[in-house]
Design a protein around this ligand. Structure first.
Ligand SMILES: [Zn+2]
Length: 399
């Protein structure tokens, strides 16, 4: 399906400039005619990490390898000075968390893949590799045989603790108050659900769009370049729709439709015997001059694991056709076909996307119970059903 952007490389760059904000870099790159900042993260001299382009979108930082990489820019000119300690600490934390998300990804310098000096000869590359792990023994003083080796490895992989620039962990040394403050703060951010919801919203929103169809509409989400999934009932009776995305407005053609029903409950079988309220729409042209194709549309990442009752669920869509509305709920009472939830689902949410707290797509908000005395009872078509339908494996869909 190719819905997940395969990440093979995590690039480290420098800005070759004084310490600048992500916003300033965004301005430089826009001035070059790009869609905006080409990096996914900017690590400032203060150690602050500023978001750039959303991770699910291709970057613009290394020609030929933008489709399968994440770009990090460390601010400063490391042909003239070294990065700050705060910068290195944050960079290590960021890379460790990215490696956890993209286990196969190799950490590389821009200069490893292109004819450039970037990130400069004063950048402590060997130290960085020691800190983020090269595979094999993580630290020279923590052999696999040491009783604590597994927990040290886990604490580093989770980004809670780090090693020293010389490639050691100093496992028997005392833990100071400042180290405790640093580790506990990282632990807090790792476990704090609220910050996860913010991250999910920031990373996943660009993959969700508003679908205007006839006099009504709903929501939709990108599963591959220019291909959007929505509910069949959102595009019932129309072949052409207008899609409003973060990149501008586009025209889409309805490609496939599952089952649709009218207000009297009569069912139309658009695809014989496929009782699935799903449709695909292909973006065919720009609706206005300002619309930017960029390097493709950000796509959702399908969840690999099934949600459990009680898991948080973040819905993104366009209830009442208001773009970018979010709601939060928990998973309850699942069936092989539906995930039920108390997250608010309103007309227009249909065809949007529900995400778990890892930012993975888990289902399509499709229906709600309604009535004067009814509140917050709705359901999503499971992402697995969407995957089977897209692949034409209808016989494997369970109801
Ligand atoms: Zn570079």
């Amino acid at each position: 399906m190719g819905s997940l952007r395969q990440i093979d490389f995590i690039f480290v760059h420098h800005s070759a400039s004084p310490d600048v904000s992500a916003q300033e870099i965004d301005g430089w790159h826009k001035a070059q005619g790009w869609a905006g900042i080409g990096y996914h993260y900017v690590v400032r001299a203060s150690g602050e990490i500023e978001p750039g382009r959303t991770e699910i979108a291709n970057g613009a930082h290394c020609k030929g390898l933008n489709h399968n990489s994440i770009g990090i820019c460390v601010t400063g000119d490391f042909t003239e000075h070294k990065p700050t300690n705060e910068q290195m600490a944050s960079l290590v934390g960021l890379i460790v968390s990215l490696k956890r998300k993209y286990p196969g990804a190799e950490v590389v310098r821009h200069s490893d893949k292109a004819a450039t000096e970037c990130p400069g000869h004063l950048f402590p590359w060997g130290e960085l590799l020691n800190l983020v792990g090269r595979g094999g023994d993580m630290f020279s003083d923590v052999p696999e045989s040491r009783w604590s080796a597994a927990t040290i490895k886990l604490a580093v992989e989770l980004g809670i603790m780090g090693g020293f620039p010389d490639g050691t962990f100093k496992p028997a040394e005392q833990f100071t108050r400042e180290q405790a403050a640093s580790a506990l703060t990282r632990l807090f951010f790792l476990t704090h659900e609220e910050s996860k919801v913010n991250t999910v919203i920031r990373n996943c929103s660009p993959a969700v769009a508003t679908v205007y169809a006839g006099g009504g509409g709903g929501s939709g989400f990108f599963v591959s370049d220019k291909l959007l999934v929505t509910n069949a009932h959102v595009v019932n009776g129309v072949n052409t729709v207008t899609i409003v995305t973060a990149q501008g407005n586009f025209i889409g053609e309805v490609e496939r439709r599952g089952m649709v029903w009218d207000s009297k409950g009569n069912i139309t079988w658009a695809e014989k015997n496929v009782a699935v309220d799903l449709a695909t729409v292909r973006i065919t042209k720009k609706a206005d001059e300002k619309a930017a194709w960029g390097s493709g549309f950000p796509v959702v990442k399908f969840a690999d694991t099934e949600p459990k009752d009680g898991d948080f669920l973040v819905l993104i869509g366009s209830p009442l056709l208001i773009q970018g509305w979010k709601s939060l709920g928990i998973v309850s009472r699942q069936t092989p076909f539906f995930i039920n939830t108390d997250a608010a689902i309103n007309p227009g949410n249909s065809g949007g996307a529900g995400f778990n707290l890892s930012g993975e797509f888990v289902g399509v908000p499709t229906y709600k119970y309604s009535g004067n005395a009814v509140d917050s009872m709705g359901g999503l078509i499971r992402s697995e059903v969407v995957r089977l339908w897209l692949d034409g494996r209808h016989d494997q869909i369970k109801f």
